[in-house]
Design a protein around this ligand. Structure first.
Ligand SMILES: O=C([C@H](O)CO)[C@H](O)[C@H](O)COP(=O)(O)O
Length: 209
């Protein structure tokens, strides 16, 4: 069984909240995607958490430096999780983990751009990350030959708590779940669906099967 995280890559917080309102019954974690955070800032995080106080809210900061400072910003605005880039230095991850412990929150390390995602996942967990996102970003997904199977294979041999992001949809979610992830992240498959609530409900049913 895997939890379901919706990655909201919209640019307007009111549209994001309207989407989250439709899908919240089927979702465990609401992610404000990096473009949404760049568009709306910390105020957007506050607004989302105020609208969904009982949901876990993930701020996809993709922090690359000043880990403790940025994590304090995200948690202070109401986020339950912040993402930090796995490609950055250990001290940045450790700084964010320090802030997370002080706030009783969590750090998710995002392996976007990392060559050996499994090795880095193990290192990130040792540094105190709650889980690690095996992630192919929107640009990597658009490259010729991309297949989510790479991430599924990595999750199956990771041996630490991981999520998968990058092409999770109704076709792939069963294999994603069976790989042993603790969280499946779906963006376009939900926010781009004609009926986002139905899409989220179907994804959740398969993630929990
Ligand atoms: O994290 C993401 C990306 O870096 C832009 O913020 C996406 O939300 C994530 O890759 C989800 O992807 P899809 O489910 O394929 O939309």
């Amino acid at each position: 069984m895997a939890k379901l995280q919706v990655a909201i890559d919209l640019l307007d917080i009111d549209e994001a909240i309207a989407l989250a309102t439709k899908v919240a019954p089927y979702i465990d974690i609401i992610e404000l995607g990096t473009p949404l955070i760049k568009s709306e800032g910390l105020a957007g995080i506050r607004k989302m958490k105020d609208a969904f106080p009982d949901k876990m809210v993930l701020a996809d900061f993709k922090t690359a430096d000043a880990g403790e400072l940025e994590a304090n910003m995200a948690f202070g605005a109401g986020a339950d999780y912040i993402t930090v880039l796995g490609a950055t230095g250990d001290s940045t991850i450790a700084g964010a983990v320090k802030a997370a412990k002080e706030h009783g929150k969590g750090v998710v390390v995002d392996t976007i751009g990392v060559k050996d995602r499994v090795k880095r996942a193990k290192e990130a967990i040792a540094l105190g990350a709650e889980f690690v996102e095996l992630h192919a970003g929107l640009d990597e997904q658009a490259e010729d030959g991309y297949s989510i199977q790479v991430l599924i294979d990595e999750a199956a041999r990771a041996g630490v708590a991981v999520s998968i992001a990058g092409g999770v949809n109704l076709k792939s979610i069963t294999a994603v779940k069976n790989s042993g992830v603790i969280v499946a992240v779906a963006g376009a498959a939900i926010y781009g669906a004609e009926d986002p609530a139905k899409a989220a409900q179907e994804l959740q049913a398969l993630a929990m099967a």
